[in-house]
Design a protein around this ligand. Sequence first.
Ligand SMILES: NC(=O)c1ccc[n+]([C@@H]2O[C@H](COP(=O)([O-])OP(=O)(O)OC[C@H]3O[C@@H](n4cnc5c(N)ncnc54)[C@H](OP(=O)(O)O)[C@@H]3O)[C@@H](O)[C@H]2O)c1
Length: 234
Amino acid sequence: MPEPLHILVTGSSRGIGAAILQALGAHEVVGHSTAGGDGRIAADLSEPGAAEGLWNTALERLGGRIHVLVNNAGIFEAAPLDAGDWTARWQRTQQVNLVAAAELCRLAVLHFRARGGGGRIVNVASRAAYRGDSPDHWHYAASKGGMVAMTKSIARAYAGEGIYAFSVLPGFTVTGMVEEYLESRGGIAVLGDLPIGRPATVEEVGETVRWLAVDAPPSATGAAIDVNGASFVR
Ligand SMILES: NC(=O)c1ccc[n+]([C@@H]2O[C@H](COP(=O)([O-])OP(=O)(O)OC[C@H]3O[C@@H](n4cnc5c(N)ncnc54)[C@H](OP(=O)(O)O)[C@@H]3O)[C@@H](O)[C@H]2O)c1
């Protein structure tokens, strides 16, 4: 039986993050959410600098060694063109979805290099990274496109040191977040363009993340894996 890996999963209080935690049950996992609770580390990633505190606390809880970082925390808030605070909405989404994730990736790479022995990063992006999103969500699509480009850059830069990076691109996935989205876009009819006939389940995304974090072959580094029921094929 191989040694359990030490893993930090952000945004694990519900939805996809909670399913990732469950899928990684055989490992030593530390979770996180805005307010914490139930063993999770508390950190509001909309606050600049919060990522570093989160990383340091996770490292301490995991005995000074982290093997895998999973960046899952994210927000899907609207920024309609007529919003007076449109730029502030853009900045908040970039901060949570991209900048905080990037800061955690940086700390992970520095840690993996300092400790030797490599490490893995799995970033939960979105189908929106390649397909784009609704008129109120340019900023969301941009944050996820940025995340995929960042992940590929990390994969190319550090593969030779045993540091591997992957992104997962869910389409509609059944969680609180998608229910809000469907309500805002006219309800269940939006699901009509899903060839598989249903949204993805959080368990399907959780299992994809587990595979990338634990089992995927090193040569797959840099891959961006779709989990969208063929609703967007590229
Ligand atoms: N659901 C989908 O259809 C879908 C599709 C494509 C991609 N995704 C991506 O998958 C990931 C998870 O989505 P989900 O649907 O499971 O979302 P969710 O149910 O809304 O959960 C989001 C998670 O992120 C955390 N979070 C939100 N804002 C935060 C902040 N400011 N600081 C720290 N943590 C914060 C939440 O913690 P709290 O409980 O403290 O708020 C929660 O744990 C996201 O990155 C999302 O963009 C989802």
